[in-house]
Write a protein that binds this ligand. Structure first.
Ligand SMILES: [Zn+2]
Ligand SMILES: [Zn+2]
Ligand SMILES: [Zn+2]
Ligand SMILES: [Zn+2]
Length: 161
């Protein structure tokens, strides 16, 4: 049985159920689901009072109230990292400068690097993880964020600091 890699799993978790792209400007609604701000706003706008169906969360069908949402800055942070972990196995992932496989992830810069980049002064003092390790780490963080129905405050210390 083929199992998804941590990167693939987390990519699924950080996509918007409406547009199926990575969450852009993610917001949390009160049932705890996350959507792009634009997507959920459109969902509200296309629903009109008096429709047969009550206004529901597109994910879980919970009754929701138009306009009630929270910024989810921590999730936004994670999505940014995950985008950079969008690792496509089987090529196309060579370092432009060194022509080596981009299989490392610099946490400081939030970008994939090759082994030559890693040894360079530019990243010398940075913490660099193997792609798999980075994926596992951000997956854990993203799941913790996604599974909490509590909206986060944007002033909280950055999760990934
Ligand atoms: Zn969306
Ligand atoms: Zn929901
Ligand atoms: Zn390189
Ligand atoms: Zn770096």
């Amino acid at each position: 049985m083929a199992s998804a890699t941590p990167v693939q799993e987390i990519q699924e978790e950080t996509k918007c159920p409406i547009c199926l792209e990575y969450l852009t400007d993610p917001v949390t609604i009160h049932c705890g689901h996350n959507f792009c701000r634009v997507c959920i706003t459109q969902h509200w706008e296309t629903w009109t009072e008096g429709d047969y169906d009550p206004l529901c969360c597109p994910s879980c069908r919970a009754r929701i109230q138009a306009g009630s949402l929270w910024n989810n800055c921590q999730l936004a942070n994670i999505v940014e990292k995950i985008k950079h972990l969008d690792f496509k196995p089987g090529g196309g992932n060579l370092c432009e400068r060194h022509d080596r496989a981009l299989d490392l992830f610099c946490e400081e810069d939030g970008e994939t690097v090759c082994v030559v980049c890693w040894r360079s002064p530019e990243h010398g003092s940075h913490s660099v993880l193997l792609m798999e390790q980075a994926a596992q780490k951000y997956k854990t963080k993203a799941l913790a964020t996604l599974q909490s129905s509590q909206p986060y405050s944007c002033t909280m210390a950055a999760l990934l600091a």
